[in-house]
Design a protein around this ligand. Structure first.
Ligand code: GLA
Length: 741
């Protein structure tokens, strides 16, 4: 029997059309069908004859008058596979014989673990819905939140779970959302890696069974990133259907891609259920993270361009200077002294670097690790956030004043969630770290993790950061996080409740970042975790950019950047010009042109020992920084087209950025090693206005002789851009710009 609908929700079919923007949310009371349209995407679900919320359609945008009949469960296949398990539910409780991944699994105080969620009521919003589900008997309510982005068609989904029973219950597994795809053959794309080797695009066929991508580490992790893309059939970079998603959570997470016994494919993601247990007392709620999902019919390239624009317009925070603006500010060109001075920072040494950096056209000078406590190396000092008097006898002020007088702003490194046992903080508060009392405390990089879930630790971290920012004129902090969790105990809580550390820790971090930004509205933040270990759409709501790797070797950077670009916009992708050979001991020597053009593909930073550069090097860097400043909006906020992939031992790589209004494009081309005399492949450009005329000019390198200086977009896209005959060799780089006439 279908449950009675609440009168408020469904007296009439409600259709709210957002003015000016092409998105709508509508509910058809006759068929109980919910429909969301945004960009080129439609997403449809409905209440089936049993009262379950069932997914009906996700894909290319449907006609405005197209309609769906009421959802019908998939008939039972056999007594072994009831319709309960084969029907794609929007948010299935574990109960009534569900064998696929549940969205929600709970344990009630009386031992009952059966949960069957049926539709209860809903609210229609301009771009989405709140749909309330309830267990068929018990007072557990789940509100599903849907918000469709009018421009990209990316749908943000999450859930709020509420206990209205008289007894506590334990949530053992809670997803943000489950996504169902049309039956078919798919290739799964996801990002894997390790420290100094992140962002490998891993591609594999989806087979029957479940594929789990996850972090059990307490934070996002280098090893896998919470992003996926499923390509149908013969999809490639530019063609075919792609369904993609990214989870906004910086703690332990899990995404399960499942092909069931009827070949249906589902993706379920949210809190990692491993070692999970969240007690909800009567009246309490649990919010899940947001799982963002999108669809493109233009291949993986189309999918990442949608995601990039969504991140720029909807996820990344604004500062006081950019409040209300469509896009965040492009990132200042940075200098970071870590690669040069390491822990040996001093006022004089940093001033010498700052003077040279300013002369190059750098906008922001950053002092990394080593400025605080007794931090001579990585064995001591974390937790003692006072300025080291031996290194900076007069505090940071003289250095900051100098940096300002040179026309730059100032940034500083912190690692707030960590402590070295050799620190005053740990000596005073040994109970503040994650630990199980009486058990060993495993150190990594000689440090332990502070239990940020504890209110006293949260207050300490918030107030030391606030004090640092109040007492010093700091525009930017790089927040580092250099290990994963071990012994995740929180012994102030009853044993049954200690696992909420996985959620409270991360929520407290988000809250601290939000408060700091509110109190210091010009503050900008970089997320770093030994490079790219904490990048996800959760933390990106509070930070302006991200470290992608501790490996700054420019050849390695080609693949790191390429992998990163599947999920994240180049705007947040810090990219470094470092010394050659670089500090990672890759032992590869490269030219400054190669290094600079590599770093210019993201948010440019200089990390080399610039005091050792000769006049020629200085002049080259200065010129390229000036060019970068000019072209930066197109490079980091334009549409990215990956023309030749650097992956899988490729000899070459190339990509193109096109400004949103198609008035400008920038092309980067790199040679790994020319083999057997083959020249650089013809570059057929993409995304230009075919009818417009574009003037080609070189940033570095030459086009083949006879290349027109002005030609139509159609010419550059169909005929293509040919490189000079002599563009050959090892680790060569070229870049061009095209400006609409
Ligand atoms: C991490 C970061 C580096 C640097 C060091 C400092 O490894 O990724 O960029 O800040 O910490 O200790």
């Amino acid at each position: 029997m279908l449950k009675a609908f609440s009168t408020v929700a469904v007296l009439l079919a409600v259709t709210l059309v957002a003015s000016a923007q092409s998105a709508q949310a509508s509910f058809d009371a006759a068929t109980k069908v919910f429909r969301l349209d945004g960009g080129r995407v439609s997403y449809v679900f409905g209440v089936n004859e049993k009262g379950e919320l069932q997914q009906l359609y996700w894909g290319g945008r449907l006609g405005a008058t197209d309609s769906f009949p009421q959802a019908q469960t998939i008939p039972e296949w056999a007594s072994f596979d009831s319709s309960n398990t084969t029907t794609p539910q929007e948010y299935a409780g574990w109960g009534a014989g569900l064998f696929v991944e549940p969205a929600l699994k709970v344990s009630f105080a009386d031992g009952n673990r059966d949960l069957v969620l049926h539709y209860e009521s809903h609210t229609v919003m301009p771009h989405g819905f709140d749909v309330v589900l309830k267990d068929i008997q018990r007072g557990i309510y789940v509100t599903l939140h849907y918000e469709m982005d009018p421009e990209s068609g990316i749908l943000a989904r999450s859930a709020t779970i509420e206990n209205r029973e008289a007894q506590p219950l334990t949530v053992e597994q809670a997803a943000a959302a489950a996504w169902a795809l049309p039956a078919g053959a798919y290739t799964l794309n996801y990002l894997t890696g390790r420290w100094a080797g992140e962002w490998n695009l891993t591609q594999e066929e989806v087979h029957p069974g479940a594929k789990v991508i996850e972090s059990r580490r307490g934070s996002t992790g280098h090893q896998a990133n919470p992003w996926f893309a499923l390509q149908a059939g013969k999809t490639d970079e530019d063609h075919g259907e792609v369904w993609f998603g990214a989870l906004g959570w910086s703690g332990s997470w899990r995404i399960t891609v499942e092909k069931d016994q009827l070949n249906a494919v589902r993706v379920t993601g949210g809190y990692n259920p491993f070692d999970f247990g969240y007690v909800l007392h009567p009246g309490e709620r649990l919010e899940t993270p947001i799982f963002y999902g999108g669809y493109s019919s233009n291949g993986l390239g189309g999918a990442s361009r949608l995601l990039h624009r969504y991140e720029l317009k909807r996820i990344l925070p604004r500062t006081a200077a950019t409040a209300g603006q469509a896009l965040p500010k492009v990132r200042p060109v940075m200098y970071n002294s870590w690669g040069v001075t390491n822990f040996n920072v001093s006022e004089a040494g940093q001033i010498a670097l700052a003077e040279k950096a300013a002369a190059l056209g750098v906008d922001r000078f950053i002092v990394d690790d080593g400025w605080f406590g007794q931090r001579k190396n990585d064995h001591a000092g974390l937790g003692d956030w006072y300025v080291n008097k031996e290194k900076f006898p007069h505090g940071l002020k003289p250095l900051i004043d100098k940096v300002h007088s040179l026309g730059m702003d100032f940034g500083l490194w912190v690692e707030p969630e960590m402590v070295n046992p050799d620190s005053d903080l740990y000596r005073q508060h040994p109970d503040w770290v994650l630990n199980f009392p009486g058990r060993p405390r495993s150190e990594q990089r000689n440090q332990l993790v502070l239990n940020l879930a504890r209110p006293d630790v949260r207050d300490f971290v918030r107030s030391f950061l606030d004090k640092l920012l109040t007492e010093n004129d700091i525009n930017y902090i790089k927040i580092d996080y250099n290990r994963n969790w071990s012994e995740p105990g929180w012994d102030q809580l009853p044993a049954a409740e200690q696992k909420r550390v996985y959620i409270d820790f991360v929520q407290n971090m988000y809250a601290i970042l939000a408060e700091l930004r509110k109190k210091h509205p010009n503050l900008e933040i970089e997320t770093c975790s030994g490079g790219g270990g904490r990048v996800d759409l959760g933390i990106l709501r509070y930070v302006d950019e991200a470290a992608i790797s501790d490996d700054d070797d420019p050849f390695d950077a080609q693949a790191l950047q390429d992998g990163f670009s599947y999920a994240y916009t180049p705007q947040i992708m810090t990219a470094w010009e470092g010394d050659s050979p670089d500090g990672m001991n890759v032992n590869r020597t490269t030219s400054m042109t190669y290094r600079m053009l590599t770093a210019m593909q993201g948010s440019l930073g200089i990390g080399a020992n610039i005091t050792k550069w000769n006049d020629e090097q200085t002049a080259l860097a200065k010129r390229l920084i000036a060019v970068y400043h000019q072209l930066q909006p197109t490079i980091v906020e334009g549409d990215l087209y990956r023309l030749i992939s650097p992956r899988n031992g490729s000899e070459f790589s190339a990509n193109e950025r096109v400004s949103e209004d198609k008035s400008q494009a920038v092309v980067f081309a790199f040679i790994h090693s020319t083999q057997n005399g083959w020249g650089f492949p013809l570059l057929k450009l993409k995304g230009l206005d075919p009818a417009a005329e574009y003037a080609l000019s070189s940033i570095e390198g030459k086009a083949r002789e006879g290349t027109p200086s002005v030609a139509s977009g159609a010419w550059w896209m169909n005929h293509g851009l040919e490189m000079d005959e002599n563009f050959r060799g090892d680790f060569q780089a070229a870049a061009f710009r095209l400006d609409k006439k």
